[in-house]
Write a protein of this length. Structure first.
Ligand SMILES: Nc1ncnc2c1ncn2[C@@H]1O[C@H](COP(=O)(O)OP(=O)(O)OP(=O)(O)O)[C@@H](O)[C@H]1O
Length: 256
């Protein structure tokens, strides 16, 4: 069992921002959420996190309606890295990552050694050990984003929800972060704009358009020239690597 969405909709002022979407990742799977700007990717992630409640349908954690699961229990199972994750106060990188341990604290304080080990490992995995004592707000945009990913890793979740985690990262860190999260023994739902990264790292993808799911399946099955033309209005050639994963080359000035 894992986190799943069953025909969920989210109505904002009479408009269905998410419209009857279902998503049931297999445990350990990495699902890419794709779709143009405004198609509902972030909104679906917020529904999966329980930050907002669906106006129809159900999000379930281990088969239980998420709205009935205590937030602390949700926080132990589900970690989120938002698109505009900000840290307002003057925290060091280590302190930001330590926030990920809060759901594991008990009234007795919790297991200090486990907290320290989880934080150290999360810093190491995101390449931030050397920056641990620096102020988070003095880091570069990409380093700040990696610190939030480290916070999510320190949380040691079963489910990881990532909203465009690569948008501030240089190419090496894009590859490192996606390689890292897809190797973790957790179920990951990740909103991505880069179709080639989705093809490289996702087991399956779900494509949204205007709040609706228009395609789902393996990257090879979904990421066809026809789908890319239809959903994004862009002409593309799709090749396949030795493992059969699609590799997309866009064509400008070609009408679709
Ligand atoms: N709280 C809200 N109230 C009203 N409308 C909202 C709210 N949140 C999102 N929307 C609208 O829902 C639509 C989907 O937004 P969402 O951020 O989920 O899309 P997205 O696919 O993540 O977009 P992007 O790729 O640009 O990040 C947008 O038109 C947005 O304006």
């Amino acid at each position: 069992m894992t986190l799943d969405a069953r025909t969920v909709s989210w109505d904002r002022g009479g408009r269905l921002v998410v419209d009857g979407v279902s998503l049931a990742p297999a445990p350990g799977e990495t699902v890419g959420l794709l779709g143009p700007n405004g198609s509902g990717k972030s909104s679906l992630l917020r529904l999966l996190d329980g930050v907002v409640r669906p106006t129809a349908g159900v999000v379930a954690l281990d088969g239980r309606d998420l709205t009935r699961v205590p937030r602390r229990e949700v926080a132990r199972a589900v970690a989120v890295v938002g698109q505009h994750a900000a840290t307002e106060v003057d925290l060091t990188v280590r302190e930001v990552v330590e926030l990920g341990r809060l759901p594991h604290r008990t009234s007795f304080g919790g297991d200090r050694a486990a907290d320290e080990a989880a934080v150290a490992e999360a810093l190491a995995r995101t390449g931030l050990t050397d920056k641990a004592e620096q102020l988070w707000r003095r880091l570069s945009g990409g380093e700040q984003q990696r610190a939030h990913i480290a916070r999510a890793l320190a949380q040691q979740p079963r489910e990881l929800l990532l909203d465009e985690p690569t948008n501030h990262l240089d190419i090496r860190h894009q590859l490192d972060v996606l390689d890292l999260v897809t190797r973790l023994p957790v179920t990951t739902v990740v909103a991505l704009h880069d179709l080639n990264l989705a093809a490289m790292f996702c087991d399956t993808v779900l494509v949204l358009r205007a709040g609706r799911a228009v395609a789902a399946g393996t990257p090879a099955a979904v990421l066809t020239p026809e789908l890319i033309a239809d959903v994004y209005g862009v002409a593309a050639e799709v090749g396949h690597d030795a493992e059969g994963r699609p590799s997309i080359r866009y064509r400008v000035g070609v009408r679709v």
